[in-house]
Design a protein around this ligand. Sequence first.
Ligand code: CO
Length: 298
Amino acid sequence: MKKMTGSVKIAITRYMVLSIVLMLTVITESMAKTNTEKTGILLVSFGTSYAEAQVALDNIDEEVKKNFPEIEVRWAFTSNIIRRKLAKQGRHVDSPAEAIAKMGNDGFTKLAVQSLHIIPGVEYESLKKTVDAFNQIPKGVKQLALGKSLLYEHDNIKELCSKLERGFPTTRLDDAIVLMGHGTFHQSNIYYPGVQYYLWQLSTRYFMGTVEGYPNLDDVLFSLKKQKIKRIWLMPFMSVAGDHARNDMAGDDADSWKSILEAEGYEVKPLLKGLAEQDDIVNIWINHLKDALYELEN
Ligand code: CO
C-alpha cells in the first residue's frame, strides 16, 4: 500500500465525516417524515342515550378495529340533545368539530371521518360541512376525507336489501316484515321508497315505513291489507334500537306501531335489533371507510 501524505489523509477524513453527516441527515429526515404522518379514524354517529342500544355502536367499533388494527379509532355524536343527555349522566362524547380539533392537537395529520348515518340527509350534510371547513384550516389535521353514509350509491340499496333479508326471522307465507326507518323532510327521504322498491323485488311481504317521512305507516297498512298476513315482525331500520324502536315502534302506548297494527287485527312481534348489530350490514360502512382511507393516500 502506498504511503499517504498528510494532506491526502485530511482530505479523506473530511470526506468521510461529510458523508456520515449527509447520511445521518437523510436518515433523520426520512424518520421525521414517517413520524409526522399520523392517520386516524373518526366514527360519527347520531348517537344514542340508551345503554341497551350502545351494543350496536360497540359492534361497529369492534368491526372497524378488526379491519384497521393499526389505526386509532375515536368517536363523535352529531346530536347535541343526546350529547347533553349523556353529559348529565356523566359521560362526555365529543361533537365532530371537537373530536377533529382534539385529534389535530394530538398530532393526527390525516383523518378518515366515517358517517354512520343511514342516508345522506341533514346530519350527513352538516358533518360534510364540518369536514370541508377543517380541510380549509392550515393548522391541525392537514387532510380529511368523509366516508359515505350506509346508503349513498344506488348499489348500496340493493346490497342492503339482500343483507337485510338474511337477517329476517321468518319465511312463513302468512308472516310479514315491517321495517321502521326514521324518515326526513330532506330530499334524501327518497332512499326509503328506494328500499321498498328492492324489498318488493325479494318479497311482497316486506315493507318499509318511516316515522317522520314516506312511506308512512298508512302506506304500509294499505299494501299489507291486500295480502293474507296474520303475523307481523317489526324491526328498526336504524343503526341502533334506541328511542324510536323502543317507544314509537315497540312501545305499549296506543300510538305505537305495535299497538296500531294489533288494533288492525295482526299478531305483532317487535325485534329490538339495530342494523349495526348485523356484521354484514356494518361491512357496507367499512367499505365506505376503506374508500375514505384510500382517498387520503392519493
Ligand atoms: Co328522531
